[in-house]
Design a protein around this ligand. Sequence first.
Ligand code: BES
Ligand code: ZN
Length: 462
Amino acid sequence: MAVNDFIQENKDRFLNELLDLLRIPSVSADPKFKDDVFAAANFVKESMEKAGADTVEICETAGYPIVYGEKIIDPSLPTVLVYGHYDVQPADPYELWDSPPFEPVIKKTAIHPEGAIFARGSADDKGQFYMYVKAFEAMMAAGDLPCNVKFMIEGEEEVGSDNLEKFVIENKEKLQADVILISDTHMISMQDPSITVGLRGMAYMEVEVTGSNRDLHSGTYGGAVANPINVLCEMIASMKDENDHITIPGFYDKVQELTAAQRERLNQAPFDLKEYQDKLDIDDVHGEKGYTTIERVGIRPTLDVNGIWGGYIGEGAKTVLPSKAHAKISMRLVPDQDWHEISELFENYFKSIAPKSVKVKVKPHHGGAPAVVSDSSVGYKAAEAAMEETFGKKPIPTREGGSIPIVALFQKELGSDPILFGFGLDTDALHSPNEHYGVKNYFIGIETIAAFFRHFKELSNQ
Ligand code: BES
Ligand code: ZN
């Protein structure tokens, strides 16, 4: 039976298996879900074995394990390495979900008239990496696996992939491949397929501002003693100027400026500002002066508060000057910013702008390097040909704002540019309530992956 026939005949099962995986709440950020994260690793292992992998191992790390599996049919054939992650972001706030995040349901939407799977991790990244397991199963069942395949599916991507570097360095031989595929990004739309060629890096910080040694009556002390929440807000506000330019000294020193021609090319990608605003229900966009929305997301760094807390947030009102205020702040980075350097610049600057009336602590959380990948490699050409076959249109190279720390690590340690072969959409609500992944995206992804294997083998032989 041909690969695509096998996919068609097994559609229901392929979908149901993904739903089973989505039922496991593998939230890596919250220790409460520890057993579930391990359970997800086991699920992945078993599904690779069932699909026909020869060797499948759960590789322990200092954190959550990496599931490695392979099928080497002939060492003289090209080898494809697949990377993905089975961990997911926290589902909070639960009350904003229309259906429980770990009880997947399929619903039609305007963008997904054929239905989308609503569940945490459906697009990021379970639905996307699982396409490889199914494409592999279909190719095996059809007796038509054109390349060797290696899988490396980790469980800590959403918390910075801290233990991955060691694993990659220690297992270079095992991970050797002719191309690396990662499906953990977006396309422009179903009508405008695209392949990501740039991702931002990340430096994530947590700050604590302390005023008095205990909470105070805001009448007795208000106006005379620093309120750490007020101070924290002022400090954060002062980290950007009126043009939304970040004020940390040295922050932009290593930012690569693109040429006018490069910027023009980037801005040629289909993008409708009105539609973008409408989908988000906003009347205007907001960002660094002098740059378009595509550029603000693709080639410019940011500084954003992800969470801020302190004081009284319960029912009713309480008059209090809190002793402490906290914030989690992320900076998205672009080539050639170094996240260790940026973390240090942030820490020094944050401490330098703190008034004497408070004490501050800065704790760097995690980070990752930005990456730009080639759009002329054999792998890219094969991905382009595969998408052209299934979408009927040549994909456009794009730069995206998210981060996948392993991309730069693969470039450095394995000397290879991964192909960012994402099939999600930016409306899939990643990291938000009601995350979803189109059923059609899932199946077209499986078919495109199988097509990639064929094209990659052909192009590698030329
Ligand atoms: N799948 C995303 C990365 C992504 C999202 C790329 C959207 C392109 C567009 C990934 O799982 C993710 O969320 N990564 C984190 C990394 C961080 C924790 C270092 C991110 O970008 O916040
Ligand atoms: Zn992801």
